[in-house]
Every structure is written in structure tokens, then in C-alpha cells.
Design a protein around this ligand. Structure first.
Ligand code: PHE
Length: 439
């Protein structure tokens, strides 16, 4: 059977940007920024994204396109030995991330509906509303199931018709919604304090934990370190410039995260709410903010619709990594792979759905969902990133050169190579060990 490819360069860019842009940009980035002191965190994040992030993304595209294979197959074909383990780690990370990602994706569906059914009212205590909902086992499992079903449906349809077709509609819609919300947010009276929190750095706020949080966020947000971009890269035609693609996708992802901050912080400050509220920042503070605005139900529904769209286009890339592996390696038809693996991921997500108040399920002193997120974002993805960078920089040098210059000269090739060889692995290792408190 002929392997699927993207229909066009723009289609691929939108799909890859769709993978990158997700809950990571609109939910995780603002709450981490709020909890880590604002502008200084943003600066460190930007620095990591445009050095290490963009370089690892290019490395993943190279590995994917040069083999047209899933992450495990790609490492096996290019070098073999122990390298396919990196691909395995990626497939495992995809499985783990999607299991809890879908739970939060389910929350967004619930909140679209709730916007019209009582959430948005001056008398609603949004904290108890949120805690009541996430502590309701059957409901959270139901919405997790709905979100997984949507994800499975798109992947089931395949690369061109499913993933690319949907991203081409959903990504521009998301951008438009975000612009509308920014206009609303920055014109609120008192928005200025939020903007200055967001843009005036205070470097005393930077600690080794902040650095690991920024690094984990860079990998999570750009969908790096687990082979999602290897998989999407494996469907790129030879006529697309990889450096240009990595730059475009990194830019789009960062722009959306940065813009999301302009929705969250002005609104939060305009209504005198604490920016460090943590993971609840989006689900607790924004609804109470919307309740105080004219037309609040509509703004709220729009905002959570946006979050749902962003989450869906990311979730399909997570599922696609595992599906690509099973179709390539085990010869399963796409339909069967999407259904069976989707169902398995749904099951693994159940403890995450239940661990937020319904049933106490703790691992390493954290709730199950938080433990899964920590394991994936702060451990598996940075580790994967180290090996992917080393692989591109040392093991497949010639292929890397050929792939990155296929569509004309790549002026930054040497810089990229040295980032992959030395800078990225070393920086990730140092931040990683420091953040875990190991030195
Ligand atoms: N990048 C996605 C987000 O920001 C999450 C993701 C991580 C998707 C890893 C694929 C792979 O929400």
C-alpha cells in the first residue's frame, strides 16, 4: 500500500501547527507564566524555544522525512542498535500524554455547554463549580469519552482527508477567535496592569524549577521529544523546505501562546484576580470574568470552543504517533489501529479523570493526572529531545545535510548542527538535573 502524504505544503504546516498549538498554549502556558512570575518566565521560554526548540523540531522533520516511517521504524532504519528505544519512548509518551490530555479536552466540551447552563452567572462560585465538576467521576469520564471519540474519528479518516482537512478549517477559525477575544480583553478597564505583569520582567523570579518548567513547556508546546514531528515529517513530500517549515511552525506556535497571554492576563488583572492561581486559572477565573461581561455566555462559549479546537488538533497528532507505529510495523489497517488504540488510551485515561476529587489516586505524592503530566513533560520529552538532537548532530550528519538543503541553501546549517551536537543536549541535561533537584 502506498504511504499517505500531505496534500500541500500549507496543509502540512497547518497540521503541524495544529499539533503544536493546543492546551499547551492557551491553558498551560498562561498558568505557568502566572505561577512563575510573569515576563521573566516568558523571556526564558522564548529563548529556549528559538534555540533548542526550533532545532529539535528540524531534527525531527529530518528523521521523519528521510525514512517515511514512524519514530520506532525511523531510528531502526537509520541506525538500529539501541536507537529505536528513543522511538519506543516516544510512542509510550504519546500514549501517556493523550490519556490525560483527553481528560482536559473533555473539560473544554463540558465548559462549552456549561457556558449556557449556569456557569456564567454573577451568583455562581466558579471555584466550587470547577471542583464539583472535576470531582464528578461519571461526568468527567463521559466527557473524556466524547473527546476521545472525536480524536479517533479524525485519525480514522486518515492523513489527508482527516487530519489535514480538519486542520485547514479549524486552525484559521482558532486564530480568528483568538483575535476577537484579545480585542475584548485589552479594552477592559484596568487591562494595563495585566499587560505590564506579562511584559515587564523581574529576573529574581528565575529559579532552577522555573527553568525546568520553561523547558518542559517548550517541548510540550512544540510537540517535541516524542516523535510527533517525526511522524508528521514522514508524510512530507521531498519538495518542501524543512528549515522553513520548522521556523514557520515554531513561530506560529509561539505567536499563539504569546497572544493567549493577552487574553488571560489583562482579563485576570482587570477583575483583580491572582495570576498565580495555577491550573485552575483558565477554568476557574475566566468564567467568573466572563460572568461580569455583557454577553458573557457567548464569550465563554467562544473561548472554550477555541480551547477545544486547539486541543483536538493536538490530540490527533498524539494518537497518530501510536497509530503510525502499529500500521507501519504490525501492518494493521488504519481503521482498526485508530479504534483499538484509541480505546486503550481511553481506558488509561480513566484514573486521570477520576483523580481530581472523585477517587484519590496518588502517584509520587501527586494526583494521577499531575503525575502523568510531570512524567511526560518534564522527564520523557526532554530526555527524548536530548537523544533526537544527538542523533541528528552526530549519527546522521550526511542525511541531515542533504535533507535540510534539498530546497536550496540553509545558511544556518552549521549553527543548527552545533546546537544539535552540543548546546541542546548539554543545556537540556543541566536544566533537567537542576530542576529535579539533583545538583
Ligand atoms: N503541543 C501540544 C499542546 O501544546 C501537546 C502535544 C505534546 C501534542 C506532544 C503532541 C505531542 O497542547
Amino acid at each position: 500500500m502506498e504511504r499517505e502524504t500531505w496534500g500541500s505544503k500549507t496543509g502540512f504546516w497547518l497540521a503541524a501547527a495544529g499539533s503544536a498549538i493546543g492546551l499547551g498554549n492557551i491553558w498551560r502556558f498562561p498558568y505557568l507564566t502566572g505561577a512563575n512570575g510573569g515576563a521573566a518566565f516568558v523571556l526564558v521560554y522564548l529563548l529556549l524555544v528559538f534555540t533548542i526548540g526550533v532545532s529539535v523540531m528540524l531534527a525531527e522533520f529530518v528523521i521523519g522525512r528521510s525514512t517515511n516511517l514512524n519514530p520506532v521504524g525511523a531510528f531502526a532504519k537509520l541506525k538500529g542498535g539501541a536507537w529505536p528505544i528513543v522511538g519506543w519512548m516516544g510512542v509510550a509518551a504519546g500514549f501517556i500524554i493523550l490519556s490525560y490530555y483527553s481528560v482536559i479536552g473533555g473539560w473544554t466540551i463540558k465548559y462549552i455547554i456549561s457556558s449556557f447552563t449556569g456557569l456564567i452567572s454573577p451568583t455562581t462560585d466558579t471555584t466550587s463549580y470547577f471542583l464539583g465538576f472535576i470531582g464528578n467521576g461519571p461526568q468527567t469520564i463521559l466527557f473524556h469519552a466524547l473527546f476521545m471519540a472525536a480524536t479517533i474519528y479524525v485519525v480514522y479518516r486518515g492523513v489527508g482527508k482527516g487530519i489535514e482537512g480538519w486542520c485547514k478549517i479549524l486552525m484559521p477559525a482558532l486564530f480568528l477567535l483568538l483575535l476577537i477575544l484579545i480585542v475584548r480583553a485589552v479594552t477592559l478597564p484596568g487591562a494595563g496592569a495585566g499587560i505590564s505583569f506579562y511584559l515587564n520582567p523581574d529576573f529574581s523570579k528565575i529559579t532552577s524549577k522555573t527553568l525546568l518548567a520553561a523547558l518542559g513547556q517548550a517541548f510540550f508546546s512544540l510537540s517535541l521529544g516524542m516523535g510527533a514531528m517525526i511522524t508528521y515529517g514522514s508524510y512530507i513530500s521531498k519538495k518542501v523546505s524543512l528549515p522553513q517549515s520548522a521556523a514557520t511552525v515554531t513561530f506560529l506556535d509561539t505567536a499563539i501562546a504569546f497572544l493567549a497571554g493577552f487574553v488571560i492576563f489583562p482579563t485576570v488583572f482587570a477583575f483583580g484576580i491572582q495570576p498565580g492561581a495555577g491550573p485552575g486559572l483558565t477554568f476557574i477565573t475566566l468564567p467568573s470574568v466572563f460572568a461580569m461581561m455583557p454577553g458573557g455566555q457567548i464569550w465563554s462559549a467562544l473561548f472554550f470552543l477555541l480551547l477545544f479546537i486547539a486541543a483536538l488538533t493536538s490530540a490527533i497528532s498524539l494518537l497518530e504517533v501510536v497509530v503510525a507505529y502499529v500500521t507501519d510495523a504490525q501492518g494493521w489497517p488504519r481503521h482498526k489501529a485508530a479504534l483499538v488504540i484509541g480505546a486503550a488510551i481511553f481506558l488509561l485515561g480513566i484514573p486521570s479523570a477520576l483523580s481530581n476529587g472523585a477517587v484519590p489516586i496518588n502517584v509520587f505524592g501527586m494526583g494521577f493526572l499531575d503525575a502523568m503530566d510531570f512524567l511526560a513533560s518534564n522527564i520523557l520529552l526532554p530526555l527524548g529531545g536530548i537523544f533526537i538532537a544527538l542523533f541528528a548532530g552526530w549519527i546522521i550528519k550526511d542525511i541531515a545535510k542533504k535533507e535540510t538543503t534539498s530546497e536550496g541553501p540553509f545558511p544556518l546549517e552549521k549553527v543548527w548542527m552545533w546546537i544539535c551536537r552540543i548546546v541542546a543536549p548539554l543545556a537540556i541535561l543541566i536544566i533537567f538535573l537542576g530542576g529535579l533537584g539533583l545538583f
